[in-house]
Design a protein around this ligand. Structure first.
Ligand SMILES: Nc1nc2c(ncn2[C@@H]2O[C@H](COP(=O)(O)OP(=O)(O)OP(=O)(O)O)[C@@H](O)[C@H]2O)c(=O)[nH]1
Ligand SMILES: [Mg+2]
Length: 326
């Protein structure tokens, strides 16, 4: 690495906040519904037919197959089937039993990311395997926070991909956030260090660090994340305040394994679940909730700012199952 590679490069962009910046989350869940499995919602499409007659063993078996195909996972599928079976015995509505059980499972984990006034800057570290949507999520988050009137510094700590810096510079421009970067192949921990120093000098509210995608099996790259965390902790022993794992819902059971492994190594404090559009595997959200009690902070159904929302258990269940009949 040349000496010049370590020189910090700070892109300062003027903050422009307009009223349209804050995404409408209720509209978002409408989009989620229309986009899951490209409009052929994995449950709502088939439920009316499935539950049109008496709920018998065949119905339950068909539902079980649907749930497993949607990557709900064996354990969560079992508890959902049990709930529907119980409701059938009581003569109540199977679809509503399914909805209630899904909401009961997800609701405790629908914990929005709270930014306390005490922690300044509040530090968010975005991690995950390659291509899950980390950089996009960091950009959307910066946009969201800026729209709320907070000052944001983005640390472009993916120094492997030159395009990541450009991607973030563009998001930074749109969000009115400061983007701190260094030359290609620079030490990501040094970029985060510079970003924290810049945030301190500017009294910024939030620092969001983007990191390169990595497999949890790559010990060297996982150590690199540990180093980034140590650098952050030198600024504030309680930071990072949020270790946000970004997972791609369309990867199904693989996403669950990623969550398990990253959590074991880093202590994940929140999840952003992306690419719920165009996947038949939206059930992975339920499997993750059942297996790992990790807060689900955000969900995404596309690349645009408005395709990003705070997770809501009720809205999610409605998107999967369809609205309650009037
Ligand atoms: N359909 C869809 N595409 C998304 C979503 N979120 C991100 N993408 C796209 O997925 C691709 C990868 O997104 P990035 O944000 O670059 O992913 P990343 O995790 O930063 O990738 P690496 O840094 O290479 O590990 C891009 O084309 C994004 O536009 C989403 O919710 N839905
Ligand atoms: Mg990236």
């Amino acid at each position: 690495m040349t000496a010049g590679a370590c020189a910090p490069h700070i892109v300062k962009v003027v903050l422009v906040v307009s009223g349209s910046m804050s995404p409408d989350d209720s509209g978002f869940f409408g989009r989620l519904k229309s986009r899951i499995n490209r409009g052929r919602a994995w449950l709502s499409g088939d439920l009316p037919t499935l539950f049109s007659g008496a709920i018998d063993d065949d119905t339950l078996e068909a539902l079980e197959t649907e749930l497993l195909l949607a990557d709900v996972g064996v354990e969560a599928t079992r508890s959902l089937i049990d709930a529907v079976e119980r409701s059938a015995r009581n003569g109540s509505d199977g679809v509503e039993a399914l909805r209630t059980t899904i909401v009961e499972l997800l609701d405790p984990l629908a914990q929005p990311l709270a930014i306390p006034t005490g922690a300044r800057p509040f530090v968010i570290l975005a991690v995950g395997v390659n291509g899950t949507g980390k950089t996009t999520t960091v950009g959307k988050l910066a946009h969201r926070f800026a729209a709320e009137g907070r000052s944001v510094v983005i640390a472009a700590a993916d120094t492997f991909r030159a395009a990541a810096v450009e991607q973030l510079a563009e998001w930074g421009r749109r969000a009115g956030a400061t983007v701190v970067s260094q030359a290609d192949r620079a030490d990501p921990a040094a970029v985060v260090h510079d970003a924290l120093a810049a945030a301190g000098a500017r009294h910024a509210d939030i620092v969001i660090a983007d990191t390169a995608g990595r497999l949890y099996t790559d010990a060297g790259l996982m150590d690199e994340l540990a180093k980034i965390r140590r650098v952050i902790a030198r600024f504030d022993p309680y930071a990072p305040h949020e270790t946000l794992l970004v997972i791609d819902a369309s990867q199904g059971q693989n996403a669950l394994v990623q969550a398990e492994r990253f959590n074991a190594r880093l202590g994940v404090t929140g999840l952003a679940i992306t690419k719920l559009d165009g996947t038949a595997k939206g059930g992975i959200v339920i499997a993750i909730a059942r297996k790992l009690a990790l807060p689900i902070r955000f969900v995404a159904v596309g690349e645009a700012i408005e395709d990003f929302a705070v997770f809501s258990a009720r809205e999610f269940a409605d998107a999967l199952i369809g609205e309650r009949a009037a």
